[in-house]
Design a protein around this ligand. Sequence first.
Ligand SMILES: [Zn+2]
Length: 660
Amino acid sequence: MRYRQLQLEFQMDEKYEHLAKNFTKEKFRQALIDCHADHINLMAKCHHGWSYFPTEVGGMHPNLDFDLLKEELEVAHELGLKAPVYVSCGLDERISQMHHDWHARTKDGEVQGGTLDKRYSHVLCINSDYFDFYLAHVEEICTKYDVDGLFADIISVRPCYCDNCRRGMAEMGLDVENESDVVAYAESVYVRCAKKLRETLDKCRPGLSLFLNGGHVRRGRGDLAKLNTHLELESLPTGKWGYDHFPLSASYARTLGMDVAGMTAMYHLSWSDVGGYKHPDAMRYEVFLSAACGAGSSIGCGMGGNGVIDNATCKLIGKAYAELEKAEPWLKDSKHLADVGVFGAEISQNYYGTSRTFSISQGGENKGDCDAGCVRMLLEGHYLFDSVDADSDLSKYKVIILPDEIRLDERLEKKFNDYVADGGKILASGRSGLCHGEDKFALDFGVEYAGAPKYPEDYILPDFEIRDFENAAFVMYAGGTRIKENGGEIMAKRLNPCFKNEWIHFGSQGHAGPDYNDAEPGIAKGNAGIYIGWNIFEEYATSGSTIAKRIVCHLLDELLGDNKTISTNLPAQGVVAVADQNDRRIVHLLYAAPVKRGNGVQVIEDVLPIYGTDVTLEVDKEISKVTLVPQGEDIPFEQIGNHINFLVPKFTCHQLVCVE
Ligand SMILES: [Zn+2]
């Protein structure tokens, strides 16, 4: 895997006269060296539809008077970089203006992406003759140039109502009025086009890489992901994705046995934020977060219209990548460990074919869904986790989490009951664990279903201590599922409020307070594991209640027992990961605190040193040394049986620890 990738943005309108006038191979060479890059996706055709090389198939940018792609490619290869080409697929404004019959259409017949009186962002349908043009263009590039692969952008399972798609659906007996039929057809189109692209690349040269980018790799659709040779997870934390999206996305992608890169950018905001620069510590944090999630990095950056990657960009990226380069010997070919598997809401939606979106980021900071709540709790609680789907081998996980809305059909019921029979434990909440299509538990938590909650908010009274908090009845905001005891151990009660706050009957406070005489079971433990009668993960995503997180962590610890691979006193905003590399074990420690600044933008600015990080790590052999890497400083440790304990005295932003 190449860990230090660049995604070079160069999208220029035809009216710009001085295009790439300042480009020289020498400047480009120095920029790649300064960035410490080992891979670059080079722009062959941009969203405007202009090619940056002399083309017989497409249209060369009218103000480009030399073969920019050829010169860039020569430099990249001289320096030993891999250099696939970026060829915009879904957006090609030049073609869009020429072929109105090639547009992707909404159900109302409008052009997807906006009306034609506005320039740009008009989406083309791959189920039209446009895709033949696209294939011919790709073939031209890959035949003419020694490129290493293709990054096809803006291509995903996109429901479309253009004439071709309507006709195609009719021929297949699909109902254009039925949304799931439209999605099924879009998926068949996508798979056909992905295969055609693969064939085209193979025809040009064997071994060319292929990635089809739609902004999000859908969790639970490993079959679609595997149409690519590797995965590039587009996830700009300060863009619309937020800092939750990438760890969640990577938790699934890394289980597919493919190379994965986390794609962020050096911009302050999102793509093409030219002149917007991220804080250097944010850049360092993001590339080491990628490494901690089992992925390489790809940093988006712009080459100005004059054809020069500016010095500030090179320095910003170079600082982060120089550190990553030094760390690479402890990253390459390592395999991430996980104690917990999460069968999340997006996995479930894809399993049942009810996925809400197809190409837009999910689990981002604004989504407020249970997957976002779950990933935050697991990261902040320092648990090692993967996302799993219906095809995953669950035997390696000690606990499976079913957050809030995971109903089980016969296949899933069997899968999870087999897992429990083999000694696995399940932590479920809300509607999770109920049968698909019936309000009856499919797993044995020692409870029965008892209907929806009586009040919009009610209270949880745990029978266990919650760290840092005195015992109390804590308000729960997100609703859930009522239960009756049926042989299980009750671990918390649900207290209903004294009355419902409404116009006729309101307390002066926001909530009426708990009625201790109106109690019923709230959390129960049975043979299958533990069931929580609230949508507690959604609760955390929307309200950020520390109580909700501490409850989940307590119950997860109860199920994991002494079986945790790692425990640490790292603060909540710290990230921990463990990977095995040959016969040594690598611990990743990270710390930065993104804060909200501006309108929902999360910024990393103050990276404070973390002192006295205590780590207890499970090991499977006698350990001879524990070393802070790459600096090569041995630190003392103590081994008792199959656990070692060590203290990292101080680190700033990130630290790797090699245990061998
Ligand atoms: Zn169409």
